[in-house]
Design a protein around this ligand. Structure first.
Ligand code: URA
Length: 256
């Protein structure tokens, strides 16, 4: 199973992208380095930004050879009761413990966080550039959550949520979308879908508390166009190359 790829799907990559992905510098800084004549490919100074390299090319920056980093991308359906950091100071089980031994050795980390008690979609990778794109609010990547809430939410409160509520003191948290999906009169609970662009700590729970209710159960069901379809709780799959490309493509700043 091929799970490691560059985003183009062929072997050729733009020089500035390879530099950025090898954690040399940001894409923009890498471009500046190329234009300043600090980058050599196979011993020759390259100042052209469109220049493409293949995996066998030897790249040097300021005379030092760079290590090419291979990237891996997985989509996990996180269960509750584990942490989504790469390591836990309290020694609790982490999402990386759910990876196979082979994948655990790849030094991967989760993109953003889900609470210990939150389940659902988590992307796991070692691609710092994609992580930055996916987690920076500027790129407006949608994250959709299903929240089972204690009590019957009245329509006026849904409108309040849609208009934005104050959390963390003075911060106005405004969701991209809120939908009331179900009122369970028998169990006195409500099910809502909330789509967020930003990802503040415990944001959904805090927003629901701000309208006077409490989240009983929270699941992230969508990250951009990716869903949990076909992935059982506690398992994961590699992202397909077209999915990785789409994540990069969909996430360009809206001004570009
Ligand atoms: N909002 C929360 O409250 N918790 C999560 O884990 C994610 C979003």
């Amino acid at each position: 199973m091929n799970i490691c790829y560059n985003q183009t799907g062929d072997d050729m990559e733009r020089l500035q992208k390879v530099l950025a992905q090898s954690n040399i510098a940001s894409r923009r800084k890498s471009e500046e380095m190329i234009q300043a004549g600090r980058v050599k490919v196979n011993g020759e100074i390259i100042t052209e930004l469109g220049f493409k390299v293949n995996p066998n090319d030897v790249i040097e920056v300021d005379g030092s050879r760079i290590e090419r980093v291979e990237h891996y991308y997985f989509l996990m359906n996180k269960p509750t009761g584990i942490v989504s950091t790469a390591s836990d100071e309290k020694g609790r089980k982490t999402v990386l413990d759910l990876l196979s031994e082979e994948h655990r050795s790849l030094r991967l980390y989760p993109v953003g966080r889900l609470d210990y008690d939150t389940a659902g979609l988590l992307i796991i990778t070692n691609d710092g550039e994609l992580t930055h794109i996916l987690t920076h609010p500027e790129h407006e990547v949608e994250k959709e959550y299903l929240a089972r809430v204690d009590g019957i939410i009245i329509r006026k409160k849904i409108v309040e949520l849609r208009n934005g509520v104050k959390i963390d003191g003075d911060y106005l948290a405004k969701p991209k979308e809120v939908r009331l999906i179900e009122l369970d009169k028998h169990n006195q609970t409500s099910l809502i879908s909330m789509t967020l662009i930003e990802g503040r700590n415990k944001q959904v729970r805090k927003m629901v508390e701000a309208i006077g209710y409490k989240v009983k159960k929270l699941t992230r069901v969508r990250y951009d166009f990716l869903t949990l379809e076909g992935i059982e709780r506690g398992s994961y799959r590699p992202l397909k190359i077209h999915e990785v490309k789409k994540l990069y493509g969909n996430s360009l700043p809206k001004s570009q």
